[in-house]
Ligand binder design. Structure first.
Ligand SMILES: C[S@@+](CC[C@H](N)C(=O)[O-])C[C@H]1O[C@@H](n2cnc3c(N)ncnc32)[C@H](O)[C@@H]1O
Length: 218
């Protein structure tokens, strides 16, 4: 089988082969036109993961901004039956270099083609999680990149992620806070780890035990 042969390749060749496979994912062209900082390769990867969520499954995005990653995910959800997609954002642009402003109108206009496949929660992630009670198959975190905020998002939301579910964090390669959260909290509990562009992605190998390591305590 091709994927068994892929595993036997040396790591650099494995990564090149993997990157090639991601780039072959047949994403419809519309999401690439939505403004945002996500690269097309990262969008293709999210599309691919969203396409593999089982029927009845749940995808959660934390940090939608103008809807670029939202569109990649929603365009995969639109081709599926019965996959639930929730996106959480204040739409007040916290943590963005351009400063705070209301981005909700632009978001709604950009995701208009997929609006029937997106359920929005407007508010801070740590407030929204208080009403959350569903298991999650794919969790995509791209909100505040400071260590304190990203760690809080991980500690709040990863307990809802199913074992073997996928977790993606943007800007691992460029934001020190994200890289530190990955090292402190996620490395010991994740498998199938990979870097796609600047995004870190992995599968949850075992549930997050907040009582264990000091870094996992709130
Ligand atoms: C980097 S942008 C998201 C980019 C988006 N994923 C894309 O593909 O273009 C970060 C977003 O997170 C939101 N945000 C920051 N902190 C937040 C928090 N604690 N709760 C909810 N949203 C937050 C900001 O309003 C902003 O829209």
């Amino acid at each position: 089988m091709w994927h068994q042969r892929l595993l036997t390749l040396p790591s650099r060749a494995k990564w090149r082969a993997y990157r090639y496979l991601i780039s072959r994912v047949n994403v419809p062209p519309e999401p690439a036109a939505v403004p945002g900082h996500l690269s097309h390769l990262e969008g293709q990867f999210l599309y691919r993961l969203a396409s593999r969520v089982p029927p009845g499954g749940t995808i959660v995005e934390i940090g939608a901004y103008l809807g670029r990653s939202t569109s990649y995910i929603a365009s995969a959800v639109a081709r599926r039956q019965n996959v639930n997609f929730y996106t959480v954002d204040t739409w007040q642009n916290q943590g963005m270099s351009e400063g705070e402003r209301d981005t909700y109108g632009e978001f709604c206009a950009n995701v208009q083609p997929w609006k029937d496949y997106i359920q929005t929660f407007r508010g801070f992630s740590w407030e929204v999680v208080k009403q959350w009670n569903r298991p999650i198959d794919l969790l995509w975190i791209d909100a505040d990149h400071s260590y304190v905020a990203a760690r809080r998002d991980v500690l709040d939301w990863v307990p809802f992620l199913k074992v073997k579910g996928w977790l993606c964090l943007d800007d691992y390669a460029t934001a020190a806070g994200i890289a530190q959260v990955v090292r402190d909290v996620l490395l010991p509990i994740c498998s199938s780890r990979r870097l796609v562009g600047k995004m870190w992605a992995a599968r949850l190998a075992r549930p997050l035990d907040r009582g264990g390591h000091p870094a996992l305590r709130r």
